[in-house]
Design a protein around this ligand. Structure first.
Ligand code: NAD
Length: 346
C-alpha cells in the first residue's frame, strides 16, 4: 500500500523501514517531516494509508481532505486516539487503527526516572559537579521506602509502575473506575480520588485524556494534596491544568513536579528550538522552578517500544490490505461501548 508518514524523525524512518523490510518491503512508504494539517495534507495525495503522530490533529477538516485524496486508513503510531475525530472518520469511510500496547515498561520506568531524579535532585547535582561544586546544600532528598504513592489510572502502564514502586517498599494507593487484581495483589488499595490526593507523598498520572480526565488535576485537586507533594505526569498534558500547577508550585504545595507531557506541547516537543525564544509564557514559567523536571514526551522512547510500534503499525496496514480491517481498529462505537462498560464518560 502507499503510506504517508507525517511528523517523521530519523528514528521513525529507521524502525518503520526495518519492519517493512521484515514484512517483505510490500508497502511504499513516503516520509514527511511536516505535521499533518490542512496545509500539508496534500502531500498524502494518493496514499491509501496516512500515519500521523500524537500531536497531529486529525479533525474533520483534515479527514475530509484525506478522504477526497483516496486515504482509507489512519494508522496511528501510538495508543492514544484523542487527536482523531472518530465519528467523522466513520462517516467518511476511513478506518482508524492504533498501537494499543507497545511497552508499558518504557513509560513506567521513565516515570520512576523522573521520581528519582527529582527526589535526589540529580539534575542539579549533575550541573554542580561539572562546575566543581561539591556542596550538598539544597540537595536533601527523602527515602522512597515507606512513602505513599498515589496512582491515578492502573491500566497497563499504571500496573507496571505499581509493581516497580512495590519493589521500593512503598505503600500504594490507586484510583481507577476499573480495579486491577495485579495492583491489589501488590497490596495496592483502591480509594476515592480525594483520599488519594490527600494521603499521597507522590502522585502519578496514567489515565487517558478524556472529557472526564481533562484538568483532573486542577486548583481544587491541588488544594487537597499534602503540602510538599511530588506530582508526575507521563500521561497526557491536559490531564493537569498547568496554570493551577504553577500556582501550586508557587505556594509550595507541590514541592516536586515531573512532566513528560504538556497541554500545548504540539508547538514545542519533538523539535530542536534551542536557537529560538520560547513563546509559551506558561511553559517558560515552569522552566524557572528548580524543582521542576520536564522531558519532551520521551517516556515511550526506548528501542523496544519503537520496534513494537513499527511492527504493529506495519501489521495494521497489512491486515487492512488483506481484509479491509486493521488489526487494532478504533471506532467511535467500540470506544463508547468500552467506556460505558467501564463506567467511564466518553
Ligand atoms: P490503559 O488503557 O491500559 O490504562 C488506562 C487506565 O486509565 C485504565 O485502567 C482506565 O480504566 C483508567 N482510567 C480511565 N479513566 C479514568 C479516570 N477518570 N480516572 C482514573 N483512571 C481512569 O492505558 P495505558 O497503556 O496504561 O496508557 C495510559 C496513558 O499513558 C495513555 O492513555 C496515554 O495517554 C499515556 N501514554 C503516554 C506515553 C508517553 O510517552 N508519555 C506513552 C504511551 C501512553
Amino acid at each position: 500500500m502507499k503510506v504517508s508518514v507525517f511528523s517523521t524523525k530519523s528514528y521513525d524512518r529507521q524502525f518503520l523501514d526495518q519492519s517493512n523490510v521484515i514484512a517483505g518491503a510490500v508497502h511504499r512508504i513516503s516520509y514527511f517531516e511536516a505535521h499533518l494539517d490542512a496545509s500539508t495534507a496534500a502531500l498524502a495525495r494518493g496514499s491509501e494509508v496516512v500515519c500521523p503522530f500524537v500531536n497531529d490533529q486529525v479533525d474533520r477538516d483534515i479527514l475530509e481532505i484525506l478522504a477526497r485524496q483516496g486515504t482509507r486508513l489512519i494508522a496511528l503510531r501510538g495508543a492514544g486516539f484523542n487527536n482523531v475525530d472518530l465519528a467523522a472518520a466513520a462517516e467518511l469511510g476511513i478506518a482508524v487503527a492504533r498501537v494499543p500496547a507497545y511497552s508499558p515498561h518504557a513509560i513506567a520506568e521513565h516515570t520512576v526516572a523522573l521520581i528519582l531524579a527529582l527526589d535526589r535532585k540529580i539534575h542539579r547535582a549533575y550541573a554542580r559537579v561539572r562546575e566543581g561544586n561539591f556542596s550538598l546544600e539544597g540537595l536533601l532528598g527523602f527515602d522512597l521506602h515507606g512513602r505513599t504513592i498515589g496512582i491515578i489510572g492502573t491500566g497497563r502502564i499504571g500496573t507496571v509502575f505499581a509493581r516497580i514502586m512495590a519493589g521500593f517498599g512503598c505503600q500504594l494507593l490507586a484510583f481507577d473506575p476499573v480495579e486491577s487484581e495485579d495492583v491489589k495483589g501488590l497490596g495496592g488499595r483502591y480509594v476515592p480520588l480525594n483520599e488519594l490526593l490527600s494521603s499521597s507523598d507522590v502522585i502519578t498520572l496514567h489515565c487517558p485524556l478524556t472529557p472526564e480526565t481533562r484538568h483532573l488535576i486542577d486548583r481544587q485537586a491541588i488544594e487537597r494534596m499534602k503540602r510538599g507533594v511530588m506530582l508526575i505526569n507521563t500521561s497526557r498534558g491536559a490531564v493537569v491544568d498547568t496554570t493551577a500547577i504553577v500556582a501550586g508550585l508557587k505556594s509550595g504545595t507541590i514541592a516536586h513536579l515531573g512532566l513528560d507531557v504538556y497541554e500545548e506541547e504540539g508547538d514545542l516537543f519533538f523539535e530542536d528550538l534551542s536557537d529560538q525564544a520560547i513563546r509559551d509564557d506558561l511553559f517558560a514559567r515552569l522552566l524557572t522552578f528548580p524543582n521542576v523536571l520536564i522531558t519532551g514526551h520521551q517516556a515511550f522512547f526506548t528501542s523496544e517500544a519503537m520496534q513494537a510500534i513499527a511492527e504493529t503499525t506495519i501489521a495494521n496496514i497489512a491486515a487492512f490490505e488483506a481484509s479491509g480491517k486493521p488489526l487494532h481498529e478504533v471506532t467511535a462505537d467500540a470506544h463508547l461501548r468500552h467506556v460505558q462498560e467501564k463506567g467511564l464518560r466518553a
